[in-house]
Design a protein around this ligand. Structure first.
Ligand code: BGC
Length: 484
């Protein structure tokens, strides 16, 4: 069933004023973007190529055959986009820096023009009254580093640290919150296990070492930022999906625990506890041994990875339900992959929840579960949490050329905010960033999935605020923020 077939009662929209009253005054309502999905401007600043430019040039890997050359043209239209955020009274802006725009070869030479633009942009974010959160690595690895092995090569992590140092020195006085790496789990799973994302490797479980190097890159980048004397706080972002078995059968429980390891624990345990994740007991022995060997992070690397961090970024989209046995269709949340047929489990539908354009369940309650899991697993080692992404894609329609009545997205955002406002005891939730501002280039889905609170006309690049944007504006106005 698609979103359009559901009755309106599936998409209740809480009053903005009621949600406003439930949010603590200091809670930051933000938006989030990522450079490769919005910037375009590949001809400016001497920008180098990223693995996503190369990947998109391959046949059949991007749903609509598009490439990230123009995307939303934010590199040229950034002032319009900041104005949209400012008019909505947004408290905080999470953006990413394109590594290939700063270091076109991925190491060594720095583009003064690239760095200069980010200086200008961040000054304008601060002037607009928003708190800047900057992600260093949101998946756009410079292509020359992939040619040397990418995240399978131990030399990539120190390259990330060098780049972090360059950016930290230049922007360290104006960034409030630094994110080293965005979603190492997704890079590992989609980019190295299933071949759905750049760089397109389909190594199934043998993707795990790439994940370990991403974590090492995080740890070395934390140190590099501190060495550079940055004033802001430092954290990492991961996508945490609460996982449950499809039944109480032993096989389903063991496979649910395996996905929990591969998606959640492999990334959070080393960062927050400095330990390797425990391999689930119930797995068949050969699988248990294989996962154990691949996830055996060297002691020295664990020390590098386990750096003190000031906050944890949580991207929450949906919970997962798992059953044992591969899915013959190769279905995965981010598209179909032949490699998925070699994965010993599959995701099953959660019919109690409506779904997004991607088919992802809309389950605000899962956000509370994710927060509870983080608290129960990490206790006093869990720093304050920022929900760094939460959003939903729907095939919005423009009515009479001006209106986009995205009731599904409005409902989804509002109800996730209600859950964040309630919070869970023992966890500090500082804010929630809506993914995303303007409909953008959604990786392998190209332009087929719209996540924006602002509609993008792909031909004219014109931006039209949707109902969800207006709802957030009303929310922020009710909270006393200055809006247009
Ligand atoms: C990523 C975003 C992406 C969003 C929706 C997150 O995994 O950080 O870049 O667009 O999910 O798929």
């Amino acid at each position: 069933m698609t979103a359009r077939d559901l009755p309106a009662s599936a998409w209740p929209v809480p009053e903005a004023a009621d949600v406003a009253a439930s949010l603590p005054p200091a809670f930051r309502v933000g938006v989030a973007t990522a450079a490769p999905q919005i910037e375009g401007g590949v001809d400016l600043d001497g920008r180098g190529r990223s693995i996503w430019d190369d990947f998109a040039d391959r046949d059949g890997v991007i749903a609509d055959g598009s490439a990230p050359r123009v995307t939303t043209d934010h590199r040229r239209r950034w002032r319009d986009d900041l104005r949209l955020m400012q008019d909505a009274g947004i408290d905080a802006y999470r953006m990413s820096i394109a590594w290939p725009r700063v270091q076109p070869e991925g190491s060594g030479r720095v583009s003064a023009a690239g760095l200069g633009w980010y200086e200008e942009l961040l000054d304008a974010v601060v002037d607009a009254g928003m708190r800047p959160m900057v992600t260093l690595f949101h998946w756009d690895l410079p292509a020359p580093l992939e040619a040397r092995g990418g995240w399978l090569d131990r030399d990539t992590a120190p390259r990330l640290a060098d780049y972090a140092h360059v950016v930290g020195e230049a922007l360290g006085d104006r960034v409030a919150d630094w994110v080293t790496v965005n979603e190492p789990a997704t890079v590992t799973i989609d980019g190295y296990a299933l071949g759905l994302h750049a760089p397109g490797h389909a190594r199934v479980l043998r993707a795990i070492p790439a994940g370990v190097q991403l974590l090492r890159g995080h740890g070395l980048a934390v140190r590099a930022l501190r060495d550079a004397g940055v004033q802001g706080r430092i954290g990492i972002v991961n996508a945490h999906t609460p996982v449950e078995p499809a039944s109480e059968r032993g096989e389903d429980r063991a496979m649910a625990a395996l996905l929990d390891l591969l998606h959640n624990r492999l990334f959070a345990d080393p960062v927050l506890l400095g330990t390797r994740p425990a391999v689930p007991e119930g797995l068949p022995l050969p699988l248990r041994l294989a996962v154990g060997a691949l996830a055996r992070i060297r002691r020295r690397d664990l020390v590098d990875i386990h750096q003190p961090i000031d906050f944890l970024g949580l991207n929450y989209y949906f919970p997962s339900r798992v059953a044992a046995g591969p899915d013959r269709t190769g279905a995965s949340p981010d598209g179909e992959s032949a490699a998925m047929r070699d994965v010993p489990f599959h995701l099953v539908a959660q019919p109690e929840h409506p779904t997004t354009g991607f088919g992802w369940p809309v389950a605000p309650v899962g956000l509370a579960t994710a927060l509870e899991q983080l608290r129960d697993r990490y206790g006093d080692r869990l720093p304050p949490v920022v929900i760094t992404e939460q959003g939903a894609s729907f095939p919005d329609e423009v009515v009479e050329g001006v209106r986009v009545d995205d009731v599904e997205r409005t409902s989804s955002i509002a109800r996730h905010l209600e859950v964040a406002a309630r919070g869970v005891p023992g966890v500090t939730v500082e804010g929630l960033h809506v993914w995303t501002l303007v409909d953008n280039w959604e990786w392998a889905a190209g332009f087929t999935q719209r996540f924006g609170i602002v509609h993008l006309d792909r031909d004219t690049l014109e931006r039209t605020p949707k109902r969800s944007y207006r709802w957030l504006q009303e929310l922020q106005r009710a909270r006393g923020r200055r809006t247009a």
